[in-house]
Each structure stands twice: as C-alpha cells, then as structure tokens.
Design a protein around this ligand. Structure first.
Ligand code: PEP
Ligand code: MN
Length: 342
C-alpha cells in the first residue's frame, strides 16, 4: 500500500501513527512523490483508520511489488548526450579493467571507432581471488573520464563499496552495480541516493523477480533510472562461463517494458561466441550490448579470453548498423528516439 502525504505532513510522525496501528511503513521519495510504503505483510487495517491520520492525503493499494520500476515502463533514457532504449541499439564497450592511462585512452579510441557511445572499464574489480588484480582504484576514474570525453563517449563504471559512491558518481554517467552486489541492499540504497542512472547487473543466481526488486531499491532511493543488464546466470553446463538468459531479456523488455542491456562477454567468457550472442540478445529485445574489448587482449589483466580485438569489435559495430561517433557528428545525424524520456 502506498500512502500519499499532504505537502505539510511530517513523514516520521505519520509513520509513528501507522506503527501504532500495527503497520510497518517506510518513508520514500519516488516517482509518485513523497509518501510512505506499507509492507504487504503488515496487519490489515481498514482504510478509513489510515485516512483519519493527520497528514495522510490518500492511499493506493499497490498492484505490483515494484511500482517505481513499473512507472518507467516504455521510457527511454537520455544520458551524456546519448539515447538508450530509443529503438537504435547501443554499444557500450571497453576493457574489463582500467589498467593505465594509456590503455584506457587507446581503448576509448578503439570503441568509439567501432560505434560505441559509452566507454566501460572497472577501476574496482570484484575478483574471485584476493590475489588477482583488484583494479587501479580511484586514480583510474579521471583517466577514464578524459579518455571518454576525448571521443564524445559516456562513462560507465562499477562501484563495489558504499564508501566509493561519491567519487564514482562524480566521474561516471552511469554507475554499474555488479552481479555479485545485486542483493547488497545497503549499496543499492547508497547508489540510488546518488541520483544517477544505474546499470544493474543480474545476480548470477537471481530470479527475475529479485532483480526487479533490486531495481525498485535503486529507484525508491532516488536513482535517475535503472538499466537492467543480463550477464549470464549459473547453470549446470561447464563449457561456457555462464548461461545467457535470453528469456529474461525478452521478459524484461516485452513484459516489463524496461531498458535492457545484454552482456554476452561475461555470459559466455569466450570472444568467438560474442558476435552470435550479441545478435541473439538484440533479437530477444535488448536495447544494446555491453562488450569487453581491449587494445591488446593477450596482455589484459582480467578477462582476457573474452576481450575482443579491434577488428572484432569493429565488425560487431558494423553488424549492429552503428556509425562511429565522429562520423555521426560530421554527418549531423541524430539518434532515433521513440517513447517518452525518463
Ligand atoms: C564486469 O563488468 O567486469 C564484471 C565484473 O561483471 P559482472 O558483475 O557481471 O561479473
Ligand atoms: Mn570483466
């Protein structure tokens, strides 16, 4: 149940009154304004008792567990001058890890020439082993920003800790929440509060329903938008790193109307399958793909086997019908946009 407040109401006073009636409520500021959400398994109380509380303007029974996500169905996202979800597929690309200033500049040039509009790359890396390369840390963020700006690209990068949200938000256009953190609720809240668009990777064991609710955490905390990213789930099959769940891609797009990006790189873990899986993702309804590409995959400090070479990412860009940004600007062309902006 969603309780709307009058403009002068003090949400914490209303919350106490609700608790006195046996209702557990959370104060939220969402698409529907300032109000309180009452837990579904709270006590059943007649609406007239709730409406009698001073400061309560109205109440609505939630038809869904994720109303903020639902409120954004069918929207597109404009970020850093680029459109996602507008009908033209987008390519977000770059190395798994930011390794050096020179490497990320070279990578930005490479992906921009392939038609990407966002530069990806992690400065904080969630590695299975504590002895594996953990990322260059925050000094990589200005390198990434400058490299992206030089080519008119947006920046997408992962945050792993609540302590780093501010510095990441100051440099990134889209904050990435990694698969391992999809259910780190404190981090979801902190990232949401930064107000930026967030790309939420699906946890490797997460149900679609849990993924949608993680999106609801972000939006109810104030995230500018949520992009749902399918990056492969654990399966019984050991021959690929993960299993790209195209059913989930289709569900998120065609049932829930969300912005969806597929990540074939982490799904299969091998570069030879990425072109086919990228095409399949777009056919299933993805608004674009996020791909790992490296100027020299043999020297990559993480995820080398799935990093695309220059000519491979260029071929995928051509296959997606993308025009390199610099050429787009010269021709004065504008991205196709359908639907309402977020
Ligand atoms: C990544 O994008 O480099 C990454 C670590 O992804 P995931 O969270 O999907 O494993
Ligand atoms: Mn990676």
């Amino acid at each position: 149940m969603w309780i709307e407040l009058t403009p002068d109401a003090d949400p914490s006073i209303v919350k106490n009154q609700l608790q006195a009636l046996g209702l557990w409520a959370t104060v939220l500021r969402g698409a529907h304004g300032h109000g309180l959400r009452v837990e579904v398994d709270s006590k059943v109380v007649a609406p007239e008792h709730i409406l009698a509380i001073p400061g309560v303007a109205d109440l609505r029974l939630a038809s869904s567990k994720h109303p903020e996500v639902d409120a954004r169905a069918g929207r597109l996202l404009r970020v850093a001058g680029h459109t996602i979800g507008g009908g033209t597929p987008v390519l977000l690309a770059g190395p798994c890890s930011v390794e050096s200033e020179a490497q990320i500049h070279e990578a930005a040039a490479m992906v921009a020439r392939a038609g990407a509009t966002f530069l990806r790359g992690g400065v904080y890396k969630p590695r299975t082993s504590p002895y594996a390369f953990q990322g260059v840390g925050p000094r990589g963020l200005p390198w990434m920003r400058a490299a992206a700006d030089a080519w008119g690209l947006g920046v997408i990068t992962e945050v792993m800790s609540e302590h780093d949200v501010d510095v990441v938000a100051a440099h990134a256009d889209i904050i990435q929440l990694g698969a391992r953190n999809m259910q780190n609720y404190a981090l979801l809240r902190a990232v949401g509060e930064a107000g930026k668009p967030v790309m939420l990777k699906r946890g490797m064991h997460a149900y679609v329903s849990e993924w949608l609710l993680a999106g609801e955490y972000l939006l109810s905390a104030g995230a500018g938008a949520v992009i749902f990213c399918e990056r492969g789930i654990r399966s019984f099959e050991p021959s690929s790193r993960n299993l790209l769940d195209l059913t989930a891609v289709a569900q998120l797009k065609h049932v829930h109307g969300q912005i969806v990006i597929a990540d074939p790189s982490h799904a299969c873990g091998r570069r030879d399958l990425i072109p086919a899986l990228s095409r399949a993702s777009l056919a299933a309804g993805a608004d674009g793909v996020i791909l790992e590409a490296h100027p020299d995959p043999a020297s990559a400090r993480s995820d080398g086997p799935q990093a695309l070479h220059r000519e491979e990412i260029e071929a995928i860009g051509r296959d997606m019908g993308l025009t390199p940004l610099a050429a787009q600007r010269r021709a004065g062309s504008v991205a196709q946009t359908t639907g309402r902006p977020l």
